[in-house]
Design a protein around this ligand. Sequence first.
Ligand SMILES: Nc1nc2c(ncn2[C@@H]2O[C@H](COP(=O)(O)OP(=O)(O)OP(=O)(O)O)[C@@H](O)[C@H]2O)c(=O)[nH]1
Ligand SMILES: [Mg+2]
Length: 392
Amino acid sequence: RKWNMDGSFNTSDADSSDLDLSKQSTPGPESSVSLNVNIDKNWGDIKGEDFIVRDLVNDIMNDDSDQNLQTSNTARSSGILSSVTSLFGSSVTDSDIDAALSTLKDRLIKKNVTSEVADALCESVKSSISGTSKKAFTRSDTIVTNAMEQSLKKVLTPSTSIDLLHDIKSKIKGGSTKTPYVLSIVGVNGVGKSTSLSKVAYWLLQNKMKILIAACDTFRSGAVEQLRVHVSSLKELCSRDPTHTGDIDIFEQGYGKDAAITARDAVSYGAKNGYDVVLIDTAGRRHNDQRLMSSLEKFANLAKPDKIIMVAEALVGTDAVQQAKNFNNAFGPSRNVDYFLISKCDTVGDMLGTMVNMTYTTQIPIIFVGTGQMYTDLRTLSVQWAVSKLLA
Ligand SMILES: Nc1nc2c(ncn2[C@@H]2O[C@H](COP(=O)(O)OP(=O)(O)OP(=O)(O)O)[C@@H](O)[C@H]2O)c(=O)[nH]1
Ligand SMILES: [Mg+2]
């Protein structure tokens, strides 16, 4: 990516050939991998036969606001929306609602929810409670806040299953001919695709799966070597605890090849050699670069991924929404991005607003969040927790 002097991201639709660094000299693999081979043993729990990643919690998130859930709950019960004072009305009036909503809207915007999305949420809250009768002793602001809580929950709660482990297990257990579960990771340059892919691999290794990493970033110099280092680090981690982990290998065909073909070959190699999951790394591409984006449709047709995960940085603000839309469209009419993985949540404060914008606009659920540079820096998002933070 190119950054302007003012720190903004250059989204001009220039020729992407300047980003093709594969002809330049290849950097040493060590320089492209900064993941720490240390692990955090508290990153997940064993439930039955499954290893489940823990939810994101306050101490991982680099939160600038000094409010926490405690204050949010106290604030709500003591009614910090003091502009609304009516206590005993028989029904909630429009002016009560407007006053409470305007405070909530400001709060959401402070958390990086865009004003369009905040407006839409307020509208839905308004229509859901307008004219409803109010129980005695219930404050209007409480009614409005509760309704907003429900709306946010609805936005953040996936409408489809995000039980990836269950999905993988049902595919690899079912059927007489074993075909691997195929996951591919896409996203713009440098968002953390290869790192996140390695974290997902480490999680699947805890679930004793046999993983094939397909090096399908055949474009950026050093990308294949970077994955090799990840795979050997992950192998090393597994060798420390061989009875409780799976196995991992890399499939690579070097640079310059059509990534869709390498991906297809990796999947058939995975099928022939008894792999449970093929994890496909792809080249970073600018979401407004037509040439690079259009190759994704062929990629999806040849690799036939069971799920496509788009990695987006928590940092990018409103650009993340456009990235999500463009990636979602790039796979053609019959295929979409299935999940978001929001990376670098440890580096920013209020990233939850970005998550609301993305899920509201695309209806694509968040499967994981990345919280650092270790393989164990992967978490799931608790909707209840996220909503409390957003309204704090
Ligand atoms: N702090 C932090 N850094 C991260 C996280 N995820 C990735 N990174 C770092 O982000 C940088 C880029 O990560 P990569 O995985 O190489 O990103 P990529 O999307 O594969 O990059 P390209 O293949 O060049 O498009 C690396 O220095 C990673 O260590 C995260 O959750 N938190
Ligand atoms: Mg990469």
